[in-house]
Design a binder for this molecule. Structure first.
Ligand code: DGL
Length: 270
């Protein structure tokens, strides 16, 4: 029997679902195997070595399903481990930082770009490097927002408290003269409304999800590996922690998409 090869997508928790949603929308024939390391999230405050190790463990786990591609849908893990994982496996591996930087460069008119992310991502300087690689003239202002991920992981992204945390976290960067700001953590699109309110209409918010899905599409097309046939793919979603919470957030976020495509939910401690 022909088994469709999946796109493997990983994150520290539910944040990568923002990339999953775009992949489901732009590539509805593709089968997805997702791993959210909810038991060990957040990755943001952890050391580079630890994030690299955790990412490698997830990739080793996902490889057993024989995916055609790996998407590190976590900025913190992309900054810490993309090069390492790319060198280790023989299938294409992409992260979310370069796609986010590319989308920001295409959106900015003034060349002044803001980046918000986890402590790990901001400390790595990976966004500044990716932006400057594309355009040496761009000016980059960064801000770590460590308070935000836990609200998303606890399913509290619509709460009053999370909106207050957003306002407090952006208190520095909101005064910067930027016209574009990268949501440099895949969890942040869950909070796009309060973030947009604080930053105001003059700042375009960039999520890597859209551009990452486009990049997946381009790579699979060039390799002649886009899914064929009309069979509805059955996705597999794994998490390492609270399965009920994970499913609740995933169903809420993916909403309509899940009505069309069946999902198998599983818990695994790696
Ligand atoms: N979603 C991840 C990111 O894009 C990690 C958040 C975290 O676990 O701290 O950076």
């Amino acid at each position: 029997m022909f088994v469709q090869q999946a796109i493997a997508i990983l994150d520290s928790g539910v944040g990568g679902l923002t990339v999953v949603k775009e992949v489901m929308r732009q590539l509805p024939r593709e089968k997805i195997i997702y791993f959210g390391d909810t038991a060990r999230a957040p990755y943001g405050p952890r050391s580079t070595e630890e994030v690299k190790l955790f990412t490698e463990q997830i990739v080793d786990y996902l490889i057993q399903f024989n995916p055609k591609m790996i998407v590190i849908a976590c900025n913190t893990a992309t900054a810490a481990a993309l090069d390492y994982i790319s060198a280790k496996v023989s299938i294409p591996v992409i992260g979310v930082i370069h796609p986010g930087a590319r989308a920001a460069i295409s959106a900015t008119k003034t060349g002044r770009v803001g980046v918000i992310g986890t402590i790990g991502t901001i400390k790595s300087g990976a966004y500044t490097a990716a932006l400057k690689q594309l355009s040496p003239f761009v000016e980059v202002v960064s801000q770590a927002c460590p308070a935000l991920v836990p609200f998303v992981e606890q399913g509290m992204f619509r709460s009053e408290e999370s909106h207050i945390a957003v306002a407090e976290s952006l208190n520095g960067i909101k005064y910067e003269p930027i016209d574009t700001m990268i949501l440099g953590c895949t969890h942040y699109p869950f909070l796009v409304e309060p973030i947009g309110k604080v930053m105001g209409p003059g700042v375009k918010l960039i999520s890597s999800a859209d551009e990452t899905a486009r990049e997946i599409s381009t790579i699979l097309y060039e390799k002649g590996q886009l899914a064929k046939g009309d069979e509805t793919p059955i996705h597999q979603f794994f998490c390492s922690g609270d399965a009920e919470m994970f499913q609740r957030i995933a169903r809420d976020w993916l909403g309509e998409q899940l009505k069309r495509t069946p999902v198998v939910w599983q818990v695994s401690s790696l």
